[in-house]
Design a protein around this ligand. Structure first.
Ligand code: PEP
Length: 280
């Protein structure tokens, strides 16, 4: 395995996936609390506050709401927003779909692709992921390609082959220089309260980094690889302290401002620990 130059070239990304939660009134206060907490931390951060990015993937109506309230003048916000899914097709007669162009028009900068719930509950396969990544990139949205093995696949020793294939197929329509963010989310750790151990996470992230470099060339060193799966404020520091873990994708714990901000604190602290220059 080669030396990884993570510290200076990759931002830390702390991303909340709200899934199909919460209702409107709770969402408004959650957003307000998270926004305030992020703002306050950014003002205290020593060094470049943009070295730690905070993303929220709310249900789609929130993007419209933020846009209508003028709040998606994104440069003025401490957080960027994204869609949890984008269509694999452009605009047209596709009832129920929402595509990358529309999402971008309403102020989103990011989108998730191939979250395990989309794969298992809604039949999104690797080829569909590749088309969604393509749509995102064509419309200047930044995709986060989610990959991960099931428990059965891990137990039969297939983790590397499964995630390696998901990675390769999901990126198959990208051209040179295009580099989606990757989220490694073992299916058995999502929403279960069971977090992968630091050894398991380090092993898979190292493998993914090497595989990315093989597939995409040396530019892959600059690609953030996030971990997701029952990340909480009390386990975040261990996970985010790993050299190939560039952030977290957080489901359950992103629905409570204090938990989410606790994870952000761990991200900021880990970043600081690795980049002493930021503190000079
Ligand atoms: C997720 O939804 O991507 C996720 C990781 O969920 P949780 O943090 O609840 O496991």
């Amino acid at each position: 395995m080669h030396a990884h130059g993570r510290d200076l070239i990759r931002p830390t990304i702390i991303a909340g996936n709200w899934k199909h939660n919460p209702d409107r009134s709770n969402g408004e206060s959650l957003l307000r609390d998270v926004m305030g907490g992020v703002e306050e931390r950014r003002s205290r951060m020593v060094g470049d506050p943009d070295s730690v990015e905070v993303l929220i993937f709310p249900p789609l109506p929130w993007l419209g709401w933020l846009s209508a309230s003028g709040d998606t003048a994104q440069d003025s916000l401490p957080i960027s927003f994204g869609a949890q899914c984008v269509a694999e097709v452009s605009m047209g007669a596709f009832t129920g779909e929402v595509g990358a162009q529309l999402v971008k028009d309403f102020g989103a900068q990011w989108c998730l692709v191939g979250h395990s719930e989309r794969r298992t509950l809604f039949g999104v396969d690797d080829e569909s992921c590749a088309r969604r990544v393509r749509q995102a990139l064509d419309h200047k949205l930044k995709p986060v390609l989610c990959i991960g093995e099931t428990l059965a696949q891990r137990e039969s020793g297939d983790t590397r082959s499964v995630v390696g294939e998901q990675l390769e197929r999901g990126l198959s329509l990208c051209v040179e220089g295009e580099q989606p963010v990757i989220a490694y989310e073992p299916v058995w750790a999502i929403g279960t309260g069971v977090t992968a151990t630091v050894e398991q996470v380090a092993e898979v992230h190292g493998f993914l980094r090497d595989r990315l470099c093989e597939l995409r060339g040396s530019g892959a060193e600059a690609t953030p690889i996030l971990y997701g799966g029952s990340v909480k404020a009390d386990n975040a520091a261990d996970l985010l302290g790993l050299s190939d873990v560039d952030g977290a994708l957080i489901g359950g714990a992103s629905l409570e401002a204090s938990s989410f901000l606790g994870i952000l604190d761990a991200g900021i602290a880990c970043r600081g620990g690795r980049e002493p220059k930021l503190h000079e």
